[in-house]
Design a protein. Structure first.
Length: 69
């Protein structure tokens, strides 16, 4: 598996991790899964915030796909 590191968690954080842990999932796996989710959500931040540039892009794409009659 490679090198491992020890981290200290307070009891509340440990219990929260344990609550979101899937059956048969290690704590390493749950932390990795949560980090992946965090990175995905960070990438979507402009969309979630309603970023003006994104809204302009979306509107331009909508106009491009609208058939001209």
């Amino acid at each position: 598996m490679g090198n491992s590191k020890t981290i200290k968690l307070d009891e509340i954080t440990y219990n929260n991790l344990d609550d979101v842990r899937e059956k048969h999932e290690t704590f390493t796996q749950v932390v990795s899964r949560l980090i992946d989710l965090y990175r995905t959500l960070r990438g979507m931040e402009p969309i979630l915030r309603g970023d003006t540039a994104y809204n302009e892009f979306r509107e331009a794409r909508r106009k491009e796909s609208t058939p001209v009659i």
